[in-house]
Every structure is written in structure tokens, then in C-alpha cells.
Design a protein around this ligand. Structure first.
Ligand code: F6R
Length: 242
């Protein structure tokens, strides 16, 4: 596990964009695993900038997002489909048919989970998975006490996640209670993983992820068992790891 401590959010975002760009430059047909939430917004902003400078070509890149809320269609303003269009997809030359996000409005949610896993397999697996980190240590929407062997499935959001994500909605009661999320097993199958965390509220989860016991009660701790993980955190998020 490589741990990189950035000065602040802006530097963390630039460093993360450099890591993703290197992958796209070295492997133009790579498969990227993408995250949403506040943390990767700066990363995507930098990638768009690199693209506008003519330094990046996404035309052969395939993407798979970690998760989507159950019940939200792709045009819902709080859906992760919409987030990805606004933050990345609409601004670079990714091909729409190569961008995958689970359908939270699928009629057959279990079937959608199986289909998603199969798409990842058919694409040859994920070359670089980007992760954010929940205050409770979740990755994707794999909440504490998750089963590590789980693949993409319908999951129940923890109360703390509902509260944390209510800032994107008109209040906590508007936040969907369930999501489709890649499972820990899906995430651990990625060939490389880059986890980003910023801000003091993530410090405890960062400590658990890098130096705590490997335990389902802090899902990100499983990353200690992966052979190729880079963690880029700002100083506030790194405050408890010395
Ligand atoms: C998002 C995701 C979540 C977030 C996590 C942190 O696709 O899977 O695990 O990465 O909840 O969210 P932020 O970055 O908003 O603090």
C-alpha cells in the first residue's frame, strides 16, 4: 500500500488526475472504475483540463461506476448518472456506449446486478479503480459489516451515509435507502486501486483503512489485502496516521 499525503484537497486532486492520466496514456484502452461524491470532483475537473489541453484521449477507455441509488433514473438530478455527465462525461471524448453505471431504476434489480458484473468481466476487468471513503469506512456503498465476498448487489445505506449524503438532496428523507453497489469482491478484483480522502472527518476511516485490523466493520480495511493500492489523502485526512 502506497500512502501519499497531499498538502490539501487541490493537490490531492491534481495528484490523482496525474495517476489516472498516466494509466490512460500508457494503456489507451484501459478500464477505469469511477466513484462519485464530493471527493473526486477535483480529480474530474483536472482530467477535463488535461483533455482540453489535448493531453488525453478517452476514445478507447471504458468506465464502470461503483454505484447508483435504487429508484433514481438517469435523469434524476441526484442520480450518479447525472453527476458523471456533469462532472466528466459531457466534457471529454469518452464514448457513451463504453460508460457503464448500474441502473437504479431497473425493474429487475437482482438481474441488473448480475448483468453489471458480467459487463465488467466481458470488458476484461478493471485496470484502475478509483475509490472515495465514507466516514464509517465504506467503499462503494459497502457499509460496515459487509460480507467481503459480495459482488455487485443491492445494499442498504447506513443511517450515517443517508445523513452525510442528504446535502445533495432536499433533506435526509429524500435520500434513497438502497443502492446498487459493486461489492468488495468486485472492487478487490481490480488490478490497481486508488483511494482518495480529504478532510478531518475522514481521518478515523483512513487510519482504519491503512493500519487497523482487517475487519468488515471498517470495509476499507480490506484494501490492506490488495497487492496494488495507492492512497492519496490530504493532511487533514492523514492526521491520525502520523
Ligand atoms: C461514491 C461512493 C462512496 C463515496 C463515499 C465518500 O460513488 O461509492 O463510497 O466515495 O461516500 O463520499 P464523499 O466523497 O462525498 O465524501
Amino acid at each position: 500500500m502506497r500512502i501519499v499525503v497531499a498538502r490539501d484537497y487541490e493537490q490531492m486532486s491534481r495528484m490523482a488526475a496525474i495517476v489516472v492520466s498516466s494509466r490512460v496514456i500508457l494503456q489507451p484502452n484501459c478500464v477505469l472504475g469511477l466513484a462519485t461524491g464530493s471527493t473526486p470532483v477535483g480529480l474530474y475537473r483536472n482530467l477535463v483540463e488535461f483533455y482540453r489541453h489535448g493531453d488525453l484521449d478517452f476514445s478507447r477507455v471504458t468506465t464502470f461506476n461503483l454505484d447508483e441509488y435504487v429508484g433514481l433514473g438517469p435523469n434524476h438530478p441526484c442520480s450518479y448518472h447525472r453527476y458523471m455527465r456533469e462532472n466528466l462525461f459531457d466534457h471529454v471524448n469518452l464514448r457513451p456506449e463504453r460508460c457503464h453505471i448500474p441502473r437504479g431504476d431497473a425493474e429487475d434489480l437482482e438481474g441488473e446486478c448480475l448483468r453489471y458484473e458480467e459487463e465488467i468481466r466481458r470488458a476484461g476487468g478493471i485496470d484502475l479503480q478509483i475509490l472515495g471513503l465514507g466516514v464509517d469506512g465504506h467503499i462503494g456503498f459497502n457499509e460496515p459489516d459487509v460480507k467481503f465476498e459480495r459482488r455487485t448487489s443491492v445494499v442498504k445505506l447506513a443511517e450515517s451515509t443517508i445523513q452525510a449524503n442528504s446535502r445533495f438532496f432536499d433533506g435526509p428523507d429524500q435520500v434513497p435507502r438502497h443502492a446498487i453497489s459493486m461489492g468488495i469482491r468486485t472492487i478487490m478484483m481490480a488490478r490497481r486501486i486508488m483511494l482518495l480522502a480529504s478532510g478531518p472527518e475522514k481521518a478515523r476511516a483512513v487510519r482504519g483503512a491503512v493500519m487497523g485490523e482487517v475487519t468488515p466493520s471498517l470495509p476499507a480495511s480490506v484494501l490492506q489485502l490488495h497487492p496494488n493500492v495507492t492512497i492519496i489523502v490530504d493532511r487533514d485526512a492523514a492526521s491520525l496516521i502520523g
